[in-house]
Ligand binder design. Structure first.
Ligand SMILES: Nc1ncnc2c1ncn2[C@@H]1O[C@H](COP(=O)(O)OP(=O)(O)O)[C@@H](O)[C@H]1O
Ligand SMILES: [Mg+2]
Length: 253
């Protein structure tokens, strides 16, 4: 059985003035698939992530998401379709608790004699359940986010994304500021959300992380795809050779 990929990129190009940052990128991401995007500094990874998530408009090429041609005018536009870049904490309100952040803009309200009342207990139950499903433990959901660690904040963002129907999440060096244990939890969390059918693109320069979490590895080198292989069918050494340009492999298995 073949199902259409969640995201399909065809010949994506991006110019910044005279700089050709992307010279024709094509690859796809399936539902529930984790793709690690690797490449040297300046290869074009962040540019590509911004194009997918609405932060930049591509110069040319085609992007299909969930079976539809798409061009996003802004990150909000991409988010409305279910594509989001998750940063460590940039989109959380630090002076609001976990439940408040989870329901930001989507609060559960009931009217009593015409007066709207926040359903605090009901909202807390929803968040507790979502966190438990994802294997995330946060001591108190009533703690303001400012008192939580980077890993906990990331977990809140990913849980919130999955809970509200997110379909494709982009992570650009998500563990750069995290310790070993938090990184391990973050990688577990990525696997869990992928198991729910969410597609994941993760940029990391740490090879072991890529191999721990990814189904497929896509290597970008100087604005082109220098490799697109199943993680099980390659090795860190081979990926390093793709990154440095010693080996060029294309077309996923
Ligand atoms: N806004 C911009 N204006 C001009 N050049 C840019 C801009 N953003 C990225 N570039 C250039 O595009 C290339 C790819 O950058 P980037 O996508 O950040 O690479 P990576 O994330 O793989 O390190 C680099 O040569 C970079 O200098
Ligand atoms: Mg980058």
């Amino acid at each position: 059985m073949t199902t259409a990929p969640l995201l399909q990129l065809e010949d994506i190009k991006m110019n910044f003035g005279a700089i050709e940052a992307l010279k024709g990128i094509s690859f796809s991401v399936g539902k529930g698939e984790v793709v690690a995007l690797l490449g040297d500094n300046g290869a074009g990874k962040s540019t590509l992530v911004k194009i997918i998530s609405g932060g930049l408009l591509r110069s040319s090429g085609r992007m299909t998401f969930d079976g539809e041609d798409c061009s996003f005018a802004s990150p909000a536009d991409a988010k409305a379709k279910g594509i989001e870049t998750v940063y460590q904490d940039l989109s959380l309100c630090t002076n609001v608790d976990v439940v408040g952040n989870f329901f930001m803009g989507r609060e559960m309200v009931k009217k009593y004699f015409g007066i709207p009342v926040l359903q605090e207990k009901a909202m807390e139950d929803v968040v507790a359940k979502a966190m438990a499903n994802a294997g995330t433990r946060i001591p108190s959901l009533r703690t303001n986010v400012e008192y939580l660690s980077g890993g906990q904040r990331q977990a809140i963002e990913l849980n919130r994304f999955a809970h509200w129907g997110g379909k494709l999440v982009l992570l650009d060096e998500p563990f750069a500021a995290l310790g070993v244990e938090q990184t391990r939890r973050g990688l577990d969390m990525i696997k869990r959300i992928a198991a729910q059918g969410i597609g994941v693109i993760i940029i990391t320069h740490i090879m072991t992380q890529a191999f721990q979490v990814a189904d497929r590895i896509v290597v970008i080198r100087q604005g082109i795809v220098a490799g697109d292989v199943a993680a099980k069918k390659t090795s860190p050494d081979e990926v390093v050779r793709m990154i440095t340009g010693e080996t060029v492999l294309s077309a996923a298995s």
